[in-house]
Design a protein around this ligand. Sequence first.
Ligand SMILES: [Fe+2]
Length: 251
Amino acid sequence: MSDRVDRRGFLGTVAAGSAVLAAGAGGASAQSGWWGQTPAAPGEHVLPELSFPTDGLVLKASGYQGISQQTVEWHHGRHHAGYVNALNSIEKTVAGMDDPAGAASASTYGDLKRRETFNASGMILHNLYWAQLTPGGASYSSDSALVRKIEADFGSVDRWRNEFVTAGRTASIGWVVLCLSPADRRLHNYVCSLHELGAVWGAVPLLALDVWEHAYYHDYGPDRAAYINNWQQLINWPAVQESFLTAARSV
Ligand SMILES: [Fe+2]
């Protein structure tokens, strides 16, 4: 199959999925703009507010533990906020240097730039992490463009989930991120250590699973598998589908 035909077919699938979403999302709050606000000047990134109360991810009625209010408060208010604040500080420091070559030693400047990518990636992935979760979760449509793309690229949703969850269970500290890559216009489950090590240029994140211990240890101790299982019950799939449709239009 030629690239031209393949791309047309792919976009046709996306267009069909858009109609499905428009007709069948049921008013679910698919979130856009999770990347965050575009600052007018360096150092003006803003911590996005949660779209749910901090006790909203406790799955009280289902028997699943979910994510506790304490974990949400620490994770969003301390860790996520810390990445935003650190990034703002770094950007202001760098922008405020009249002459970077003369204002800082090579090691100091290098450390600033290394911490810049760490904190920027931490901010972006946490923006996505919270935007894709909703109290009680919201299911996907089996006829959606995203599901059809998952089936095309992984064989089935179950196969994709098997790979995604296994990657989360076996990763070191970091993330598992479902991405759409412009390199082959396929979905991938990428694993990145910390926030930035292992990211693939151009690949657009659609669904991000945080496996840093701060995401689950207070609630689950070392049982990361239980956290991952319960985290899946909180995914706002219409929001993930919207991210996919947005990404598909750009790659
Ligand atoms: Fe985190």
